[in-house]
Design a protein around this ligand. Structure first.
Ligand code: SAH
Ligand code: SF4
Ligand code: F3S
Length: 487
């Protein structure tokens, strides 16, 4: 079989990252291998996002630029997947005739069939059918191979769609009703990932708290317990947890499960009850703060992050002040802030009281500034401490080779259990043989802190147990003081 090159451009959230991996796996039996060079590709797939106007524009502008490539190479096949594909369907092909096919968020499993058809018939094709139920929901069953992403951390989508109706949000329209995957299949997938060297997984769903409820399979905390039993898996994260559904059982899971990382993303969106009601978030500011207090009182070391929307229709300066005040009360470890964006099919698009771009911009800056202040404050408290890090790979600077000459040896990167990025070296100045490798758990002494990351030096020397640095028993992580090995 000829080897053909596949280029995937992924825009949007982690769900799209996961789906793009599925695209690559599904197309492998057709002879496609991934390339990072757009110019040499035989097939280009753009996995799109429509959460805000800007994300959608980004997709259209990239797709538009592909026309030049198609003129140069008329045999090139170009496909559009993801949320814009689901939303716009065939209209994308009318607007951009250089594209070959559009496949929606429910058609992931059908992608290989679609590409085969196009290779044979060279006719444009649209598949945004969402009546297929589970089709495309279960991942494509191909064992990971050498060409797969070799990172020790990976996303695993456990449910799709959303049954909430936040009035600003397009997700229920583009991803459909909430469906949870079969727990057995999730466990099988994670076991396979672990066999291939993955040590940390992040479970994905728009509202993980409601996992399995409709299907009557098992609850989210029950699923966490089962995943926790997987040997050689070292860390578990999840996102997103809707504040209205954050249960006592899930809060308790943090103390019962050693592998569950001490971080929770709890999107508040606004600090004003009036706005929260109009967003249909189904919780009040007070209830949200109560849950945060409970989390903080049980786990003083837990990190909390959030999403904030500024300039929702009708948001007054007083409403906005309540948001700032809430941020000050919680002192988030990290926050993501967005200017409200009208989405077709989202009810808030028709709401009166639209806030001007200028005011949205000012409010966004104010939220981001405050967010940075607390992120920096939280990071500073870690200076001098020793943190347990899962080595994810080289640091950004190391990858771009822009290291300061004063840095001793290669610079690696990983995260704390609380999801803070830590860049570090072994401090001994050896370039190629510093004893560090991906997937290891090591203890790093934190020397410096900035808003976005921490830096430090490896404290404990690293053991390559039986020549395999990934062989670290999860039991050794108990109590947080895990891994000490001397070489
Ligand atoms: N399911 C997750 C959020 C998914 S979308 C949850 O409920 O928290 C990620 C974030 O994008 C949201 O938390 C929200 O802050 C932001 N967002 C969604 N729709 C938006 C819109 N129309 N304008 C601006 N931000 C939006
Ligand atoms: Fe959108 Fe709300 Fe569902 Fe999150 S919970 S995906 S914000 S509708
Ligand atoms: Fe975007 Fe779709 Fe994710 S709209 S945020 S890619 S679910």
């Amino acid at each position: 079989m000829d080897t053909k090159l596949l280029y995937i451009d992924t825009i949007g959230c982690q769900m799209n990252v996961y789906d793009s991996e599925q695209f690559a796996k599904g197309l492998r039996p057709l002879g496609y291998t991934l390339t990072s060079s757009l110019d040499t590709a035989d097939l280009v797939i753009v996995n799109t996002c429509s959460i805000r106007e800007k994300a959608q524009q980004k997709a259209f502008s990239f797709l538009g630029r592909l026309a030049t490539l198609k003129r140069k190479n008329p045999d090139l096949i170009i496909g559009v997947g993801g949320c814009v594909a689901q939303q716009e369907g065939g209209r994308i092909l009318e607007r951009m005739p250089h594209l070959d096919f559009v496949f929606g968020t429910h058609a992931v499993g059908r992608l290989p069939k679609i590409v085969k058809e196009i290779e044979l018939k060279r006719q444009s094709f649209v598949d945004i059918d969402n009546s297929g139920g589970m089709d495309g929901l279960e991942p494509i069953a191909v064992m990971p191979s050498a060409e797969d992403n070799q990172s020790p951390i990976r996303f695993v989508t456990i449910m799709r769609g959303c049954d909430n109706h936040c009035t600003y949000c397009v997700v229920p329209h583009v991803r459909g009703r909430e469906v949870s995957r079969n727990p057995e299949n999730i466990l099988k997938e994670i076991r396979n990932l672990v066999k291939s060297g993955v040590r940390e997984i992040t479970l994905l769903g728009q509202n993980v708290n409601s996992f399995g409820k409709k299907e009557g399979s098992c609850s989210f905390p029950e699923l966490l317990f089962q995943i926790h039993d997987i040997e050689d898996l070292l860390r578990i994260r999840f996102t997103t947890s809707h504040p209205k559904d954050l249960s006592r059982n899930l809060i308790d899971a943090f103390s019962d499960l050693d592998k569950l990382c001490r971080h929770i993303h709890l999107p508040v969106q606004s600090g004003s009850n009036l706005i929260l009601r109009r967003m249909n978030r189904k919780y009040k500011r007070e209830e949200y703060l109560e849950k945060v207090d409970r989390l903080h009182s049980i786990y003083p070391d837990i990190a909390i992050s959030t999403d904030i929307i500024v300039g929702f229709p009708g948001e007054t300066p007083e409403d906005f002040d309540r948001t700032l005040d809430l941020i000050k009360q919680v002192e988030y470890d990290n926050l993501f802030a967005f200017k409200y964006s009208d989405r077709s099919h989202a009810p808030a698009t028709g709401y009166p009281g639209k806030v001007s771009e200028l005011v949205k911009k000012e409010r966004l800056e104010a939220v981001l500034d405050l967010g940075k202040k607390y992120a920096a404050k939280k990071n500073r408290t870690l200076i001098g401490s020793t943190e347990l890090i899962l080595v994810e790979g080289f640091s950004k600077k190391q990858r771009k080779s822009v290291l300061d000459r004063k840095i001793n040896g290669r610079q690696w990167s990983g995260r704390t259990s609380t999801n803070k990025i830590v860049n570090f070296t072994n401090g001994r100045g050896s370039e190629s043989n510093d004893g560090i490798s991906k997937g290891q758990m090591i203890r790093v002494q934190i020397d410096k802190a900035s808003v976005h990351s921490l830096s430090g030096t490896v404290k404990d020397s690293i053991s390559h147990a039986a020549g395999n640095p990934l062989r670290l028993s999860a039991g050794s992580l108990k109590g947080g003081e895990s891994y000490v090995a001397q070489s």
